[in-house]
Design a protein around this ligand. Structure first.
Ligand code: UD1
Ligand code: CA
Length: 488
């Protein structure tokens, strides 16, 4: 397969029923555009040429297609005058075709390469002028029906609007995917008329043209009609997305991934999971996320384009473009922003946000902290409520904390600043200057207690009453001897 095979993907129509400023084929399911899925299936055929017919929003659609398949030829159909006209435009764009031509549409995201291949092989083996990939569906409304004669041979495809009431009862429909002998197609296209209910040049009329010329025509019914189902509106898009996800999740389970609740687990097409990964309910693994073996993800976690190490644990977390080391621990309630790299056995704990930061092997940021533009050395522990103040209002700056440092609760690192190996901070320290290795930085002033403040400044309140009741005398606090912390 491949040699002398041209694939034409139709994507010129507007998709008005999506009611969207985004073209239908660019709507996404499973982390890819619908046309992205189709092009992926087409690529599996290794065709000699791929032509995409674009029209509505041709800039966006064309750019997107060429990002995915750079060698794809774009053919512009100025006016959407029907699928037959679209194919004519495609053939004009490549000049000449020979061998086999497959026509597909850009809105069937569940289509698989192997199905296209089987269809093309059958078409070629039977030496037909035209083959149609058909499907038996419960609700055939809107589709072209496959009309067969008494011998079961295909005689025509009749569109919904042109069908007789009897023809509308036919459950076998055209998927819109057809295979042609190129020479026949080139001859048949100019014979298409538009004298029909929609006033369009129907590609499907080529079937009747072939029959009338005494050529071989056939339909190959696909067992799995999801593969040829298109999305015309948001409801159908969601249904296709759900089914695609069901298939992806099943495939991963078959490959050794534990998924506690497939119904609330969403995995994009390009995600890669190792055996013995466990996914807990309410988890979305998106984009190019990769998870290594024995990692446990979830519940309630979204990871986009993340890399999670073996045996890591990621709980109730939102992460994007982050790398988590082997056996590291993240969450619950962590936010890993782009550029986060957490080392082996590192920890990003509860209510911690990280961005563009390297957190070394075994280093821990356990509670209530913001780590932005930082480098934290191995084995260092960052106290609760620490803020890496990376932004001076104009520019972002970096903070570097060395190895095995121990910083206390509520430290603020005012970047740029560097803290040496084995250094530390006192609680509530605002670090504005570098701290040498082994030093303890303390910035808050000595504590002063103002005796009886509540009783005098908050007289008559519950606070004052509680203070008075707890005091040795009636209103002057604990007495002078207890107040030594003040100015010593
Ligand atoms: C088409 C088929 C129908 C089939 C159905 C499957 C024809 C005449 N009918 O009907 O037999 O059951 O698909 O979904 O082929 N397009 C263009 N340029 C055009 C017209 C359409 O590029 O001028 C593209 C559309 O963007 C779309 C595809 O061709 O991707 C199908 O067009 P659409 O108008 O949706 O055809 P249907 O009426 O669904
Ligand atoms: Ca359609």
């Amino acid at each position: 397969m491949g040699q002398n095979l041209t694939v034409i993907v139709l994507a010129a129509g507007g998709g008005t029923r999506m009611k969207s400023k985004t073209m239908k084929v660019l709507h996404r399911v499973g982390g890819r555009s619908m046309i992205g899925h189709v092009l992926n299936a087409v690529r599996a055929l290794e065709p000699e040429r791929v032509v995409a017919v674009v029209g509505h929003q041709r800039e966006q659609v064309g750019t997107h297609i060429q990002e995915l398949v750079p060698e794809c030829v774009l053919a512009v159909q100025e006016e959407q005058r029907g699928t037959g006209d679209a194919v004519r435009v495609a053939i004009e764009a490549v000049g000449e075709v020979s061998g086999t031509v497959i026509v597909a549409t850009g809105d069937t995201p569940l289509l698989r390469g192997e199905s296209l291949r089987a269809f093309a092989e059958e078409h070629e083996a039977a030496q037909r002028a035209v083959s149609v990939l058909s499907a038996i569906v419960d609700d055939s409304f809107g589709y072209g029906r496959i009309v067969r004669d008494d011998d079961g041979d295909v005689v025509a495809i009749v569109e919904e609007k042109d069908a007789t009431p009897e023809q509308r009862e036919i459950p076998e429909i055209s998927s819109g995917i057809l295979a042609f002998d190129a020479a026949f197609l080139v001859e048949a296209l100019p014979q298409l008329g538009n004298d029909n209910a929609k006033g369009e040049y129907y590609l499907t009329d080529t079937v009747q043209i072939a029959r009338d010329a005494g050529l071989t025509v056939g339909a190959h019914a696909i067992d799995d009609s999801w593969q040829t189902a298109g999305a015309n509106d948001r409801e159908e898009l969601a249904a296709l997305g759900r089914e695609l996800n069901r298939r992806i999740v099943s495939d991963w389970m078959r490959d050794g991934v534990s998924v506690m609740d497939p119904a609330t687990t969403w995995i994009d097409s390009d995600v890669v999971l190792a055996p013995d990964v466990t996914i807990l309910p309410g988890t979305q693994l998106l984009g190019a996320t990769v998870v290594a073996e024995d990692a446990v993800i979830g519940p309630d976690t979204t990871l986009k384009d993340c890399e999670i190490g073996a045996g890591a644990r990621v709980v109730r977390t939102h992460g994007e473009l982050a790398v988590v080391g082997d056996e590291a621990s993240v969450g619950p309630y962590a936010y890993l922003r782009p550029g986060t790299r957490l080392g082996i056995r590192g920890k990003v704990g509860t209510f911690v946000e990280t961005k563009n930061s390297e957190i070394g092997d075994g280093a821990k940021v356990p509670h209530l902290s913001y780590v932005g533009d930082a480098e934290i050395g191995e084995g260092t522990n960052i106290g609760a409520g620490t803020i890496f103040a990376n932004y001076d209002g104009v520019k972002k700056h970096r903070t570097k904390v060395g190895k095995h440092a121990k910083t206390a609760s509520n430290t603020t690192f005012v970047a740029p600043v560097e803290i040496g190996d084995g250094a530390g901070t006192g609680a509530g320290t605002v670090v504005r200057r570098d701290v040498p290795p082994g030093a303890l930085a303390v910035s808050s002033g000595p504590q002063r207690n103002l005796p009886g403040w509540a009783q005098t400044k908050r007289a008559g309140t519950a606070q004052a009453e509680a203070a008075a009741a707890a005091s040795h005398d009636d209103g002057s606090g604990f007495g002078d001897s207890e107040d030594s912390g003040a100015e010593s």
